[in-house]
Design a binder for this molecule. Structure first.
Ligand code: UDP
Ligand code: MN
Length: 273
């Protein structure tokens, strides 16, 4: 009985989504206008089912109100290694481009929700990546430091490729975002933020409560050595096993095993010592 009603509600749900214009894989295209750009939203993920569920229900209507053409790509790390946010973003970038031509990418933590429709998720200009989540409720909306580049950030496809993406070596919490920021500076890109008095309430985010993750004890050392790795550690050197790609009603779900990358990371460490 319970499973029959679940099936029924899923069908109703699917047809409701298709009449709302949503295509399988969590894709959308406005029907009454032509969107300027195609945006891929990449979400790194493992074991935060509840966050993902709320995120998806919230973000689709939000993006549709902005009349964007977009796809939601969730990249799930299936192995038991420490979580590697940067590597999953890089994988999302690469895999999404096998599906379509996206002009830009928004790299988005699953636990952050934009509060205001005026916070644009449209593509940033080439040369000007946009740091989006810098006013968050749990920090009393105080702007995060100017060199903070985590949470939610947007890149033209051209720029993300130009900086060679994230570093792949940060297993466990911390420093992959700082390393990305250094890559931007290295390539003379200008980071934009909407943070003057008029816009400061527009860019607010709400963050779900969650346990503080285990910091990576090696993160400072890896960060300090990061300039030596700019060229060869990143998009040009991705190692993973793609276990599945599923086009679900609300998102494209890519499951990966990143075990192959760790051997590479260890070889960098011995090389640098
Ligand atoms: N994440 C995840 N599972 C984990 C750790 C991280 O899905 O076990 C993803 C999730 O998208 C999360 C993001 O990585 O929002 C950043 O991690 P976290 O929220 O722990 O970092 P913090 O907010 O503490 O900087
Ligand atoms: Mn978080």
């Amino acid at each position: 009985m319970a499973s029959a009603s679940r099936q029924e509600s899923e069908e109703t749900f699917n047809s409701r989504m298709s009449t709302a214009g949503l295509k399988f894989g969590g894709r959308f295209k406005p029907s009454d206008c032509k969107a300027r750009n195609k945006v891929a939203i990449v979400v790194p993920y493992r074991d935060r089912k509840f966050h993902l569920k709320i995120f998806l229900r919230y973000i689709h209507p939000f993006l549709q109100r902005q009349q964007l053409e977009y796809a939601i790509v969730v990249v799930e790390q299936s192995d038991n290694l420490p979580f590697n946010r940067g590597l999953l973003m890089n994988i999302g970038f690469k895999e999404a481009q096998k599906q379509d031509r996206f002009q830009c990418f928004i790299f988005h933590d699953v636990d952050l929700l934009p509060e205001n429709d005026g916070n644009t998720y449209a593509c940033p200009e080439v040369g000007k990546p946009r740091q989006m989540a810098f006013s968050i409720d749990i920090y009393d909306y105080k702007p995060t430091p100017i060199d903070h580049f985590g949470g939610v950030s947007a890149f033209s496809t051209f720029d993300f490729r130009r900086v060679n993406g994230f570093s792949n070596v940060f297993f466990g919490w911390g420093s992959e975002d700082d390393d990305l920021y250094r890559r931007l500076l290295h390539h003379n890109l200008t980071v934009t933020r909407m943070h003057n008095l008029n816009t400061s309430t527009i860019v607010r985010y709400r963050m779900f409560d969650h346990q503080v993750a285990e910091p990576n004890p090696d993160r400072m050392r890896l960060f300090d050595q990061g300039t030596r790795r700019l060229e060869f550690d990143g998009l040009v050197d991705l190692r993973y096993r793609r276990l599945s790609v599923k086009f679900k009603p609300l998102y494209t779900h890519i499951i990966v095993d990143v075990q192959p990358q760790i051997h590479k990371t260890q070889s960098y460490q011995t090389k640098n010592e």
